[in-house]
Design a protein around this ligand. Structure first.
Ligand SMILES: Nc1nc2c(ncn2[C@@H]2O[C@H](COP(=O)(O)OP(=O)(O)O)[C@@H](O)[C@H]2O)c(=O)[nH]1
Ligand SMILES: [Mg+2]
Length: 232
């Protein structure tokens, strides 16, 4: 789906900068975007089929909830969204792995240049939770060392059907040292927070001075969840 890289255009000289640092697109596919942005990063949604990846993406991008037959399940596709992080524009290129969910079938090349991975399970589907460990070993094998991984327990609105406790998700995330939250594409719970945490991490990596404290996605997410006064 990426626009065919129409070689270098004469506009290339006008590259954006932030704090004097030139911003270079990480990938050819990020070039040629019409929006202005300071930083760009690639975020991938992964997890078993049916956990709500497409819905989470649509909720974040369009603020809507899709149900039933409106959801296309064909191919791998992405959507761009530019968000504002402390005055900087961060472009998130969010990839949906539709139709590639079976274990080890997501093309490994997609992992390699991902800045962040949102790993979803469905709180009403125990198998999707049990498969998280397999997804994590896959990720550790193929993704970049410093990739941001966030575990999302989606469909938190379905309390009556819930079979995975929030504490179980928290424990798994703690065991693997990754950030965790429960989300709902239906109500919008924590969807924005998940993507904003990723955007903040990227911005911090690009602008951090050597003596500045390192941004911690896990701490940021925990803090924000506390500020909301609730978390699931
Ligand atoms: N109640 C509820 N249903 C959801 C939520 N997210 C997704 N769904 C439903 O779950 C099904 C699968 O969602 P989809 O986004 O296609 O999953 P994907 O295969 O991971 O992309 C659809 O029927 C959605 O409407 C959610 O947060 N709450
Ligand atoms: Mg999908």
């Amino acid at each position: 789906m990426s626009k065919a890289g129409s070689k270098k255009s004469s506009k290339a000289a006008k590259r954006p900068t932030a704090n004097g640092i030139p911003i270079l697109p990480r990938q050819g596919s990020l070039q040629g975007a019409s929006e202005f942005y300071d930083f760009a990063c690639k975020v991938m949604l992964i997890g078993d089929s049916g956990v709500g990846k497409t819905c989470v993406l649509v909720r974040f991008k369009d603020g809507a909830f899709l149900s039933g037959s409106f959801i296309s399940t064909v191919g791998i596709d992405f959507r761009n969204k530019v968000v504002n992080v402390d005055g900087a524009k961060v472009k998130l290129q969010i990839w949906d792995t539709a139709g590639q969910e079976r274990f080890r079938s997501v093309t490994h090349a997609y992992y390699r240049d991902a800045h962040a991975l949102l790993l979803l399970y469905d709180v009403t589907n125990k198998t999707s939770f049990d498969n998280i460990r397999a997804w994590l070993s896959e990720i550790h094998e193929y993704a970049q060392q410093d990739v941001v991984i966030m575990l999302l327990g989606n469909k938190a609105d379905m309390q009556a059907e819930r079979v995975v406790k929030r504490e179980e998700g928290e424990k798994l995330a703690r065991d693997f040292g990754i950030a965790f939250m429960e989300t709902s594409a239906k109500t919008g719970l924590n969807v924005e927070l998940a993507f904003m945490a990723v955007a903040k991490d990227l911005k911090s990596r690009k602008t951090r001075k050597p003596n500045d404290p390192k941004f911690s996605v896990t701490e940021y997410v925990d803090q924000e969840k506390q500020n909301q006064g609730c978390c699931s």
